[in-house]
Design a protein around this ligand. Sequence first.
Ligand SMILES: [Zn+2]
Ligand SMILES: [Zn+2]
Length: 227
Amino acid sequence: MLITSRFDARPDTAGEELQVFCSLSLKINLPLGYPRLKAAEVHLENLLGLNEEDARDLQKALLAVSNEMKEDNSPALFNLIQCAKDFINSRNIPSDDCCICLCPFEDDEDFFKTPCAHCFHAECLARWTHDQEVQAVEKQTREGKRSEEEDIEHAEGSSRCPICRGGIGGDLTKKLKKWTEPLVAAHKRDCARREEEKQLEEKLRQKQSAARAWEERRRWVCCCGSA
Ligand SMILES: [Zn+2]
Ligand SMILES: [Zn+2]
């Protein structure tokens, strides 16, 4: 009798859907005579975020595990699942480049996938959303209002995807805070410095104008005095 088992292999992201970039299903057939006479047969299904080379590599690794377990006359199911899990964890980075800086993703970088399935470095997306917010505030100061879209974003506490303008969701916006907060702090410091410079310039201007007025008065007194 042939027994078929199915197993979904997903990366370990502690339930964090925004950090799942690839997944697949294993269909494992256990033929009559398994595990002593026949090896388990593994088929890959529903591959997401993996290319053909990845699929070939995994299939090869699974075949090796299956054959090795048969040599030992041991059940292979657990080892096959573990092999697929290790593989999916090692490949859990977006296959496309970052949509903002157009650079590929490296293992040691933080990156996110938006609900609209666009991938960005955390830093790139944070800088973009921060710049958008700064522009919205500047516009509000200049024109006394935000655009309707900016109003909605502000109310939802959610930014928009730079590519398709879809909402990236409050959850991701909140997670991005780790990267946006230093930008906000630096921006505040910049604003405070500019304001201080403006006030100093204004004081200097007032002093110069007072000095000019005084000089004018002195000349006038001198002229009148000598007349
Ligand atoms: Zn980037
Ligand atoms: Zn998008």
